[in-house]
Design a protein around this ligand. Structure first.
Ligand code: KIV
Length: 273
């Protein structure tokens, strides 16, 4: 039996069963060592296209490619054992047609071994979601603030603050749910809207900046680990890796310049015969 088939991971059924129960825990992961550290503590790992910004230094997720998603997806699959792994479909890989979405989703599934893909789902994407689900690919929807659409929205703006926008977000969620999405990320919306969507759709909702009214939560790992000097209002920092890293790098640089590193303990010596 191959290594992959020996691994027992969470399945879509486990995720669906969590609706209305203990909140689902999801974090983004982009590499094997972090995936390994997170794996025992989470239900799902998301190889988010946020990697364009938090790993590759791009100004938005618009420039992220299929190759980037596949490379990081493979690393996260290697590092994790039990988490349900979802890989984002990048901007431009699914919008044109159901066929385009299917061919690219198949590539992601085959080349990474992940369990599902995520599509930033404006109402138009319901066709793509249904097409993929009918053909064996679990799809997570993503409504509200859709980072791939920032050039239309004019920036990263919370959504659903006017009646018209509210209707749009609710319709996006309804469409993704009816199309067969196994879960829906709700990003950047007020609590009452998140609560209304969560009560209406049949699948679990996963909030990011969408209050505790959702069936689960996701955060970008680098944000919650405190790697950046700025984070959105909805992030709680559980660590201060920025300060820790800066302190460690400075100490290393000081030691090297003062010839205090490497010391005896870090130096090979001749083996005694
Ligand atoms: O790309 C990402 O990390 C995401 C989360 C913000 C949900 O889509």
């Amino acid at each position: 039996m191959s290594k992959q088939t020996e691994i027992t991971r969470k399945t879509v059924k486990d995720i669906a069963r969590a609706k209305g129960g203990t909140p689902l825990v999801m974090l983004t992961a982009y590499d094997a060592p972090m995936a390994e550290l997170m794996d025992p503590h989470v239900d799902m790992l998301l190889v988010g296209d946020s990697l364009g910004m938090v790993v590759h230094g791009l100004p938005s997720t618009v420039g992220v490619t299929m190759e980037m998603m596949i490379l990081h997806g493979q690393a996260v699959m290697r590092g994790s054992q039990q988490a349900f792994v979802v890989v984002d479909m990048p901007f431009g890989s699914y919008e044109t047609s159901e066929d385009q979405a299917f061919l690219n989703a198949v590539r992601i599934m085959k080349e990474t071994g992940c369990q599902a893909v995520k599509i930033e789902s404006g109402a138009y994407a319901a066709k793509q979601i249904a097409h993929l689900v009918e053909r064996g690919i679990p799809v997570m929807g993503h409504v509200g603030l859709r980072p791939q659409a920032i050039n239309v929205d004019g920036g990263f703006r919370a959504k659903g603050r006017t009646e018209t926008e509210r209707e749009i977000v609710i319709n996006e969620a309804r469409a993704a749910d009816r199309a067969g999405a196994f879960a829906i990320v709700i990003e950047g919306v007020a609590e009452d809207l998140a609560a209304e969507i969560t009560a209406e759709v049949s699948c679990p909702t996963i909030g990011i900046g969408a209050s505790a009214a959702c069936d689960g939560q996701v955060l970008v790992a680098q944000d919650m680990l405190g790697l950046f000097d700025w984070a959105p209002k909805f992030v709680r920092r559980y660590a201060d890796l920025r300060t820790e890293t800066e302190t460690a790098v400075k100490a290393y640089a000081d030691d090297v310049r003062a010839r205090k590193f490497p010391g005896k303990a870090e130096t090979y010596s001749l083996r005694k015969p």
